[in-house]
Design a protein around this ligand. Structure first.
Ligand code: NIG
Ligand code: FE
Length: 403
């Protein structure tokens, strides 16, 4: 494979340094140059610099002329639910007319309606669905995505969901404790079943386990039981927490050494302080808060308090039918009061850290993966500034242009 030279870039912007995760003021530290180039050698970045410093290159080099475009690292979406059948457009219309997400869930709609459609899709249908959702993400600049199961809740469909995520190139997370399916008597009986019958195979397919710790889903002791069993099977731990109620997700995440606790729309001062003093990353999902008309997570207080945060889409059919991290960056700037630089760090290097890949992903620097987004913009901050616009022009994945 010849080397690839991306030349004449208006700007190149990357989170600075090599550390991860970035906390406090370091989240905004950027390496930022005008009139630059990026040289890729196979799947890795070989060099980044100013055009005026680019010497003659030996050997076979393909050139990509990027005049008027700006480069940022390939975006990393560390929280998505892409393995589902059907849609929830009827529910969306009901919510637009005033029904609440929690009411729909309690009356057997919501997540459970997607469970029915996902079971009916079959493994081929799920594989096609995840590939389609992956393509949407790629068009929006996402070069690495995590994908959860959680709409199967039976053995065959949970495992098929994890395989479908892996087949699409995603990083699978087993969300075996998303909600209790209708054929199970209660949460404890359901956990007896998944831990005995699904965990042994799920642990071979997934990198992490996730649980929805919430009123109407799983409580702290059920979440602890599920997560401890998953940790013993070798999985990293994630939690959905503080979405509607502060039900103990942050203390449990810290106690168990989880990689992240995600959502945090209702986290108060105590939760902010304890998360900030811990190694658990707070994954913020402003598209979900927007889509459900919920409060935005306390991003500013978390960053200013020294917490490590990441940003993700939460792409799913019910609470965030949105695959666009550029839109999430716009929401971060307009709703969460993060700077464009903080937003960029949160959906690149810090998201890569949540996925255990910050050594190789999330920066434009020698030795990192040649995953690069070229923005149709004279200034990289259009990533957040161009609200809902066609800001992604080209996407380079492992050193090859794919969009
Ligand atoms: O992260 N909160 C729980 N799970 C998903 C939504 C699932 C759905 O509504 O289908 C979330 O928002
Ligand atoms: Fe989620």
């Amino acid at each position: 494979m010849p080397r690839l030279l991306i030349r004449d870039l208006a700007q190149v912007a990357s989170p600075a340094g090599r550390a991860a995760p970035l906390r406090g003021s370091a989240l905004a530290d950027l390496d930022w140059i005008d009139d630059g180039y990026i040289l890729c050698d196979g799947a890795e970045i070989e060099a980044v610099g100013r055009m005026r410093d680019l010497g003659p290159l030996e050997g076979d080099v393909e050139e990509l002329h990027a005049r008027g475009l700006s480069a940022v690292p390939g975006l990393v979406d560390c929280h998505t639910h892409p393995a589902f059948g059907g849609d929830r457009v009827d529910e969306f219309s009901l919510r637009a007319a005033g029904a609440s997400y929690e009411e729909l869930h309690a009356s057997g709609g919501g997540i459970l309606s997607t469970v029915q459609a996902t079971r009916a899709a079959g493994e081929d249908g799920l594989t096609r669905a995840v590939a389609r959702h992956r393509d949407w993400m790629l068009e929006a600049g996402t070069t690495t995505f995590e994908g959860k199961s959680g709409y199967g809740l039976d053995r065959a469909t949970e495992l098929a969901s994890l395989r479908a995520v892996a087949a699409a190139g995603g990083i699978p997370t087993w969300l075996g404790a998303h909600t209790v399916p209708p054929e199970q008597a209660d949460a404890d009986t359901y956990l007896d079943f998944v831990l005995a019958d699904v965990l042994p195979e799920a642990a071979k397919l997934a990198e992490a386990a996730d649980v929805f710790l919430e009123r109407g889903a799983f409580d702290v002791s059920q979440a602890r039981r599920y997560l401890e069993a998953c940790r013993a099977a070798g999985l990293a731990l994630r939690l959905h927490g503080d979405q509607f109620t502060e039900a103990g997700a942050i203390p449990l995440a810290i106690e168990l050494g989880a990689r992240s606790v995600d959502h945090l729309e209702v986290t108060g001062p105590g939760g902010i302080a304890s998360l900030a003093a811990s190694d658990v990353v707070g994954v913020l999902l402003p598209a979900s808060a927007l889509f459900l008309g919920r409060p935005m997570p306390p991003a500013r207080a978390l960053v200013d308090g020294g917490a490590a945060i990441a940003l993700a889409t939460d792409f799913n059919p019910g609470s965030a039918f949105c695959e666009s991290l550029p839109l999430v960056c716009s929401l971060a700037a307009t709703q969460l009061k993060l700077s464009p630089a903080e937003a960029l760090g949160a959906c690149t290097v810090n998201a890569a850290h949540v996925l255990g890949r910050a050594d190789s992903l999330g920066r434009l620097a020698p030795g990192y993966a040649a995953d690069i987004v070229l923005l149709d913009a004279p200034d990289w901050r259009y990533l957040a500034y161009h609200l809902g616009g066609q800001v992604v022009s080209r996407v380079i994945l492992s050193g090859r242009p794919v969009v």
